[in-house]
Design a protein around this ligand. Structure first.
Ligand SMILES: [Zn+2]
Length: 235
């Protein structure tokens, strides 16, 4: 019972759609007169309903909106599910997503990534990755350029959906923030790949010789990155 005298009740249930079980969460409230539903970030159907609405009403409601629900669930399954214990790739290893209510923002603790809640993880965790990427990728670019006695080009973080890096016509290097999920060798390979484009604006044999000169023995790292790309681009 809340202070305003509104009675609430929550129950988890299951429904079936096209022969597949669908997790449901029924949120009852004495303040509600109608039914409403949405699919949350964890692929659950959340139904808000009046306190004493019979379950048959809920089932009829879900059945009436099957088409919409099918569509929403398909979309939800395609997106990354943020759940406790899930391994998040980081620097070639993995961080276990951990709930730490009361913490202020996202924080790394050894091989765990602490988040204050799961509802905002889809925003707060990528933001944490971007901050890490800015420091770590920037640091590697600087170190590699110093190592080969070259002037460090301007660079920016990118959020491209499929590319790891690119070089603009103006000579600005873009590095995908998701690259910080990969190991050091993969990070170095992508940076050297873009640096090589400063001299060879193509993927000719001369370009690959340049990559090899900057990043000797890069082939395994390149293959690893290709093999892991789908995983790294999940979020
Ligand atoms: Zn290229």
């Amino acid at each position: 019972m809340s202070r305003r005298g509104i009675v609430r009740a929550e129950e988890a249930g299951q429904w079936e759609l096209d022969g597949r079980p669908v997790a449901c969460l029924l949120r009852r409230s004495s303040a509600r007169r109608t039914l409403a539903m949405r699919v949350d970030g964890q692929g659950r159907v959340v139904v808000n309903l009046p306190l004493r609405a019979p379950v048959a009403d809920v089932e009829a409601f879900l059945a009436r909106h099957q088409g919409w629900l099918r569509d929403q669930l398909r979309r939800a399954r395609a997106v990354f599910v943020w759940r406790v214990g899930r391994g998040l790739p980081f620097l070639g290893g993995s961080l276990g997503l951990t709930l730490a209510s009361g913490t202020d923002g996202v924080r790394r603790d050894g091989d765990r990534l602490l988040v204050p809640d799961l509802d905002t993880a889809s925003v707060s965790v990528p933001a944490w990755y971007r901050a890490e990427a800015r420091v770590r990728l920037g640091g590697r670019l600087c170190a590699i350029c110093r190592g080969i006695s070259r002037v460090e080009p301007p660079w920016r973080l990118s959020d491209a959906r499929t590319r790891w890096g690119s070089l603009s016509a103006q000579g600005v290097v873009s590095l995908n923030w998701r690259l910080v999920k990969a190991g050091q060798a993969e990070i170095d390979y992508v940076i050297c790949h873009e640096l090589a484009h400063l001299r060879q604006r193509n993927h000719s044999a001369a370009f690959w010789r340049e990559v090899e000169a900057l990043c000797p023995g890069h082939a395994p790292a390149r293959a690893r990155l290709r093999a892991m790309s789908r995983h790294y681009f999940e979020f």
